[in-house]
Each structure stands twice: as C-alpha cells, then as structure tokens.
Design a protein around this ligand. Sequence first.
Ligand SMILES: Nc1ncnc2c1ncn2[C@@H]1O[C@H](COP(=O)(O)OP(=O)(O)OP(=O)(O)O)[C@@H](O)[C@H]1O
Length: 260
Amino acid sequence: MGSNREHSARHARSELVSASSQTGAELSVSELTVGYGGGPVLHDISITVRPGEVVALLGANGAGKTTLLSALTGRVRAASGSVTFDGRDLRGMRTEDRARLGLALVPDGQSVVGELTVDENLRLGALWRHRGKAREAAIRQIYGMFEPLDRRKHADGHQLSGGERQMLALGRALIAEPRLIALDEPSLGLAPLVVAQIMRTLRETARERGLTVLLAEQNVTGALSIADRGVVVNLGRIVADGDAKALAEDPSIRHAYLGF
Ligand SMILES: Nc1ncnc2c1ncn2[C@@H]1O[C@H](COP(=O)(O)OP(=O)(O)OP(=O)(O)O)[C@@H](O)[C@H]1O
C-alpha cells in the first residue's frame, strides 16, 4: 500500500472516530455452557474482553469457537452461565437488540448479499445508524479504509473475490459503528497480503476507536500478531488465557494446541 493510500485510510478511520459517539464496551462471559441437544460443546467458559481490547480466540476445528460467537449473538441459547455486554445481561435478548447495543458479528463472508452491489451492501449496513449526508460520509469512510471496495463498488456481491467479500463483510459491520466486533475466521482462504490488510485495519480501528474485538482464528500467527490477549479453546474448554506475545512464545501451548 502506498503512503498516500495509507494516509487516506488513516484519515477515513479517524473520521469514523469523530463520527462515532460511542467507544468500545466490555464483554463478560461467565461459566457459559452451550450445547446443541447432544450434550455440551462448550463447558464453563469464562472470558472478559475489556473495552478496546483485541482478543484472539484460538483452537482447532471443532474446538467451539463458532459456537461461542453464536452464543454471544443469541443464535444459540446457553444451557447455563451468563453473558453481559456493557453491563447488560444478554440472556433472552433478541439478536437485533444485541446488534442495537453495539454487538456485531462478522461471519465468514456469508453476510454479504450476492445479489446486491458492494455499495448497496454497505448502505444496508448503514441503514439504521446513519441518515442523509451522514450516511454518505460513513460510506465514503469505508471506501477510504478498503480501497479495493471503492474500485468494485458497482460489482455484485457474488462477483467479488474472497478477500473483497471479507472486506465488505467487515466494512458493513464497521459502518454500523459497533462497540464490539466478533469475527469468525476472517482470514479463511485468503492470500497473505489480504489477511495482512484486514488484520492491520482491525488493529488500527480498535486502537483509534477503542473498538473491542474478539477474533476467532485458525491463523494463529496472524491473530496473535494483532491481539493483546489470546484465549485457547480445546474441546470446548479454555486451556490458556494470557498475553498474546507470551502465548505465541510458550512452547508447551504452541506444540499442544497451536500447531507451530
Ligand atoms: N448446529 C450444530 N449442531 C450440532 N452440533 C454442532 C453444531 N454446530 C457445531 N456443532 C458441534 O459443536 C462443536 C464445536 O463446533 P464449532 O463450530 O463451534 O467449532 P469451531 O472451533 O468453530 O470449529 P471450526 O474452526 O471448524 O469452525 C463441534 O463438535 C461441532 O461438531
């Protein structure tokens, strides 16, 4: 990325900060147990993500990362335990109301509507947050953050590359100015340069807006490189929770759970 583009991306992000009235909020998961009917797949999970903190949620296939994110948005119901966001108990709250509180989930690129253009997808994300000129400004800011989207603004969602789709999914979530963004494997199947851009944008947005980020990833190195903390889940239980750098350097954790 050239320095001019970097400058305009930074400018776009900081404009988004000033446009936003809210900053990140704390998420607290306490002794959460979740199942799909055939016994729990998450057991007694407790995690706190502080405002503005980037936490990497790591673990192999089937560890329970997606299930945890689904429990946060209300897609699956907890058997026991609690989830609070900004001090509010989320139990029984509808997914739309959780979103209005500022809790955004970015599932792996599937949230993009294939029949709508990039621009229309972004407008959809901005719908209940911005009106009129503020909406146009918010959309311009996202194009400033993700230059490939600006170039493809008239393309349909289904015509996008995997990387463009992931940027659109992220842009669509950010335009609604969430206070916490949870992402499910944003790097899946993407080229290293695209992963680096997405990770960098997340890190910088978190820093500049105080946005809270929970990042479920199998790309351990990428996720830990931008995270403050890492939480490792294995077979539905937390087996490590600590400083991202320390986790990346801990040989026993690396060998047993992180595969590098
Ligand atoms: N809808 C479902 N019905 C029944 N079992 C499910 C369902 N979704 C997930 N599971 C099971 O729950 C466990 C945790 O799966 P989950 O998708 O949360 O793991 P994950 O860490 O996100 O894995 P991946 O990286 O492969 O997405 C697995 O054993 C999985 O088979």
